[in-house]
Design a protein around this ligand. Sequence first.
Ligand code: TXA
Ligand code: MG
Length: 317
Amino acid sequence: MSKIFPATEETIEKAAKALQTRGLIVIPTETVYGIAGAAGDDKAIAKIFAAKNRPEFNPLIIHIASVEQARKIAVFDDRAEKLAAAFWPGPLTLVLPRKKDGSISLLATAGLDTIALRLPRHETARKLIQKAGPLAAPSANPSGFLSPTRASDIRPEIQSAAEMVIDGGAADVGLESTVVDLTAPTAHVLRLGGFDPAKLQDILGIVEISDGAGEKPKSPGQLLKHYAPKTPLRLGADNPRAGEALLAFGKNVPSGFSIVLNLSPSGNLEEAAGNLFRYLHDLDRKGVSSIAAMQVPESGLGLAINDRLRRAAASFS
Ligand code: TXA
Ligand code: MG
């Protein structure tokens, strides 16, 4: 029997009950689908790590439905208050000092003194959190695989670990949230993602991007090889190889490729971000021998798109 349910009130009610009895639910968010468990329940959290085959040193993002709820579990300074007021709900995750009230599983935060919080924009996710309480929800992919942006892209090993998959349609951002660390005087972007980091500058002034390119990333997840399709991917669109597909961007598309998927023919980076994981999943299904990816402009959401493409290519080099 399929575990995929439409995002109705009835489904949300059922899912909330399952979460309260330590079940896992695959939830839609505006960034990517997540595999969610009750944030305070060690056993539910342990199931998430097992389902994803995720190393336990890599902490999970805790999803809340209001700033009020967030303030109960983390210390908000002036910067955090301003960012939350300006950009929540949305694809921005804040890393803040953790309040030690015992309400959040230590396994979820990997024992760190900090906690990553996100208030998703997707209505289904928010309604579910309102009913079930804060949810730990990493992306709904096995570690090292592409994040799913549609219910149909969720792999069988994740589906079988969950009680239900809630189908909330195609994710409209399409990239994981941007993770910003506010635990030091200078803010650091730990993971580039679906929120343009340039928008942080008005509130934060200087923002450093330390997304794991260095040897000692602060966000443990950035240590890992990530975001890889099954099909080998290389950067650059010169000299097409036999059976190779082109992941293109913009108007000037090189010729000679048998299959071309264009992330955004008009050169729009938001559109490209929304299509990236979807197209990589589609190319995996088409069974092409390899993928040549054009790079996109290195600004705005282009920073995150190029980051994902570089990581995908690195896992085949
Ligand atoms: O868009 C998203 O953020 C999605 C959806 C489902 O909300 N979730 C997601 O979770 O991408 P996940 O677990 O795949 O990625 C969480 C990232 C990892 O790189 C992890 O290392 C980092 O956030 N992280 C979590 N807690 C942290 C902390 N206390 N300090 C630094 N990094 C942290
Ligand atoms: Mg992930």
